[in-house]
Ligand binder design. Structure first.
Ligand code: EPU
Length: 450
């Protein structure tokens, strides 16, 4: 397993551009199962999750090809409808083939995703929505089996104890495009990734209105056809780069920055003293150029993660790393995944002062963080450790970089292009589970991975 070695303390400066969104790409790619015509996607990020989705689509009878950032999907065999455990367990988002497969092939078998590193992640709302559309659902040998001759439009309430569900909304909206009659989703997720999916589906011939609001209306059609779609910029990656700039007292220009999708974040950042200013004359606030600079002394803040347009849970960990360096006490409450705090003990190993009480963490700002060997068990927690490493004194080794490869394309190259001292230690350079940071000589050897 690869690791990152980071020597902190370098100020980030320069210019970078934001890739297409992972969380938009996954349900978008799955939506190509709704037609046997070709669907083409531009700006698809090069990530392991996207590669896994490509493999899953290939297993489900699609021809999938990539040319740089363009991915083309054509369904050539509609006889298969099983998303196997081997793939679902590596990528929970495989569940987004559920709606498209059921709607198009009348049957789907998807291995039930288990919990994940940050707690229980049920899919009851997905299943409730599909049942409301007329599907018969059973659980057999760890698989969800859903069947329906033709789905029928219905009014569906998708609110759950922690708000709506993003992939659940994607599944029901996709399935309803081919249902008979009208479907209304109440308490739909309003995330921009849902709007992006609706744009693609409408380009394929669907009739969807209201995406991006809590009420989405879908009038079913007989068939969908080919389309070409440019994936929206990744708001979480964009936010991560802005925080990296703020943490290193940097001056970074970010192109394709989805300012409009990050208002809750830029609001918190500006209270802290990290300023994100649009610098181009783009009329599209979902993709513009910004400059990020920060005050010398950062201030504390209080925020709570919420469904869009609130503060995204996927930037909670990175923002916590930033607040470790503020002057005073910050309070962070996690309302989407109350257990999503695996970064807390790891940041503490770097000198952060953090007190967790249930779904809330109190961050007592410190003068500086100190480099340490750290490891985390999910994507965003790992990102927070990289950010902490960029600002820390000395060397930080972040293990299990495969988590980062799921959501940040060559993260180390992007950060190095801004002046960070970060290198990937590849698997071959790891002996007995211990990453070798420098030339392999018996005396000058090993950074431990405790
Ligand atoms: N929930 C239910 N029942 C359901 C579905 C969800 O109770 O049937 C609960 C969840 O347990 C959670 C809340 O509803 O408390 C929201 O979960 P949601 O279904 O919206 O999450 P998701 O669609 O599975 C996507 C992103 C996550 C992101 C969440 C929340 C993708 C591939 N994943 O997951 O992204 O955290 O929305 O915004 O789009 C990440 O990128 O690191 C990541 C985890």
């Amino acid at each position: 397993m690869d690791a990152f070695s980071i020597h902190g303390g370098k100020r980030l400066t320069g210019s970078i551009s934001v890739d297409g969104s992972k969380n938009a790409s996954l349900p978008l790619l799955a939506a190509s199962l709704l037609t046997n015509e070709t669907v083409t996607f531009d700006c698809v990020p090069e990530l392991s999750d996207i590669e896994n989705m490509g493999k899953l689509l290939a297993e489900l009878g699609c021809d999938v090809s990539r040319d740089d950032k363009t991915v083309t999907v054509t369904t050539v065999d509609e006889s298969k409808s099983h998303a196997r455990y081997d793939i679902v367990r590596t990528m929970r988002a495989s569940v987004c083939v559920l709606g498209p497969l059921l709607a198009r092939r009348g049957e789907v078998r998807v291995s039930m995703p288990g919990g994940c590193a940050f707690g229980d992640r049920p899919i009851d709302l997905h299943l409730r929505g599909l049942e409301a559309l007329g599907a018969k659902i059973e659980l057999d040998g760890g698989n969800i089996i859903a069947k329906a001759d033709r789905l029928r439009g219905a009014t569906i309430f998708l609110g759950g104890p922690f708000g709506s569900t993003v992939l659940g909304t994607a599944n029901i909206m996709s399935a309803a495009t081919l249902a008979e009659g009208r479907t209304i989703i109440e308490s739909a997720a309003c995330e921009p990734e849902i709007t992006d999916l609706a744009i693609l589906l409408n380009a394929m011939g669907a009739k969807i209105s209201g995406a991006g609001t809590p009420r989405i209306t879908i009038d079913g059609v007989e068939e969908l056809g080919s389309a070409k779609h440019t994936v929206m910029p990744d708001r979480i990656v964009a936010g991560t780069w802005a925080i990296a700039a703020g943490m290193t007292n940097g001056d970074v220009t970010i192109e394709r920055f989805p300012l409009d999708h990050l208002l809750a974040v830029t609001d918190v950042l500006s209270t802290v003293g990290v300023h994100v200013q649009q610098t181009d004359s783009s009329q599209d606030p979902r993709s513009c150029t910004v400059q990020v600079i920060s005050d010398r002394h950062l201030k504390p803040v209080m925020f709570t993660t919420q469904p869009f347009p609130g503060f995204p849970t996927d930037l909670q960990a990175q923002t916590m790393a930033l607040l470790c360096l503020s002057r005073g006490n910050s309070i962070i409450t996690e309302k989407i995944y109350p257990e999503r705090f695996m970064h807390v003990p790891e940041l503490s190993r770097m000198g952060a002062k953090l007190v967790r009480q249930g779904a809330t963490v109190i961050v007592q700002g410190v003068d500086h963080l100190v480099g340490a060997p750290v490891m985390a068990s999910d994507l965003r927690a790992s990102a927070s450790l990289v950010l902490a490493g960029l600002a820390a004194e000395g060397e930080t080794t972040v293990s299990r970089v495969y988590h980062l490869d799921r959501g940040y394309a060559s993260m180390e190259k992007t950060l190095a292009s801004l002046g960070a001292d970060i290198t990937r230690i590849t698997d071959d350079a790891i002996v007995d589970g211990l990453p070798i940071v420098e030339t392999v000589t018996p005396k000058k050897l090993i950074q431990t991975n405790s």
